[in-house]
Write a new protein. Sequence first.
Lengths: 280, 252
Amino acid sequence: MTFRIGPRTSQIIAHIILLLMTIITVVVLFFIIGYVFKNGFAQLSLEFLFDRTREMGKEGGIFPSIIGTLFVTVLAIIIATPLGVGSAVYLVEYTRGGLLRRIISFGADCLAGVPSIIFGLFGFIFFVIQLKLGWSILSGSLTLAVMIIPTIIRTSEEAIKAVPLSYREISYSLGGGKLDTILKVVLPTSLPGILTGVILGIGRAIGETAAVIFTAGSSLGMPTSVFSSTRTLAVHFYILAREGISMEKAYGTATVLIIIILFVNFVAYRLMHRFMERYY
Amino acid sequence: MNRQKMMKISVEQLNLFYGQNQVLKNISLEVYDKEILGVIGPANAGKSSLLRALNRLYEIDYARISGKIRLDGENIFNIPINDLRKRVGLIFATPVVLPGSIFKNMSYGPKLHRKIKRQELNDIVADALKAANLWEEVKDRLYDSASTLSGGQQQRLCIARTLAMNPEVIMMDEPCSGLDPISTAKIEATMLELKETYTFILVTNNTKQAARTADRTAFFLAGELIEIHKTKKIFTKPDDPRTDDYIRGRFG
């Protein structure tokens, strides 16, 4: 006697397995966030958010780190986005999919997988020491920019490639030049995909520790210019927890970091949605 | 046909290659001013390639060309490419609307070529939509997304979008291949109204459509021009037996 599973049963089993996998993933994710929030929410107060850091973080707030994080991340994105998107446009629109494009795409994929501490070391040697930028917001941002450019190139490249050839043909046949076509048809159409890459980049930059600890330093003072050293939230959290300064403050910092990331993603997706509604 | 036969486009010994593949072989023909020239033939006959050669759109496919093409006696390779494509409009088989509103689609072409005041732009858009017999259907929803239009409306929008550039020649590449008979009839009617003003080259898989609308018809086969005559002659007593076979549906 052979035992056979009917097509209906196998469908149900597949359904259950896939559902289970999804549940496990989501539960783990929510457990982590929930655990951090449970321990961190109690720390949140106006003083914690808006006061200077005292006694290495045991007392006071994290305001300098919040400002430092925003500074470093925004600057990194401002540097990386035009470079990444520009490279992607060049690769797709100007290289005919030749050897150059394959080499650069392969390189970008490899770079996207390089551990961030390698970028940190590179940033330290090149920006901090060689270019004499010192431990500063600028060095940190440049390092993070180098780190996230591959991600932005690859996602933008895919988004631009996905723009139908027929859109370009229409633009050309209406007398549009290459630049008109890129600026008025290709980029607006691929913007949602490009933005996804930028959001991924923001996510990587904002939560990065290894690359910034080497380049932006870990000073607790209030940053005053791009040449100030700063300690980002992720680095602050790492030091608080690693050196056992204050677990409570560490959880508080982590909570603030997660809230900022959620907020940035929320705003970015809202903007994208608004744009799509207007455009499509 | 008492209309004066002015030459609009002349093609001499045109060859077009995609890599090693020659898709147009030694084509010579003329297109008269304000006529509808039908181009028929089976798949891979080179019909679409001919259109892409005439506005130099083949260049984006990295194809190679040899031979002469003149527009109003002027070598098209001496005309700035954006001007050429403005003067020789192309409408594709599948209506492709750009993302964005109907108005945005309509204003894309005109705004590429010069700065236009809003009022003038509104007039251009309205006139072109009227000429393409679409105005009544869309006048209250110009700022709706163009993709909300039906297939037939989208194809008329594509025609209107080309008209908005005020071209001299309008080339259509199987403009009705995906459309129902009513939409097809509307587009044919539009074309017949507009031929007072424009020169048309109509590539079609539908030989009856050429018979209904074209003044002259050219028959292409495997990259060669087999013959070009008045439509009536092509459909009643063509010179070449292959033309006859194709029209009677013996192959194709």
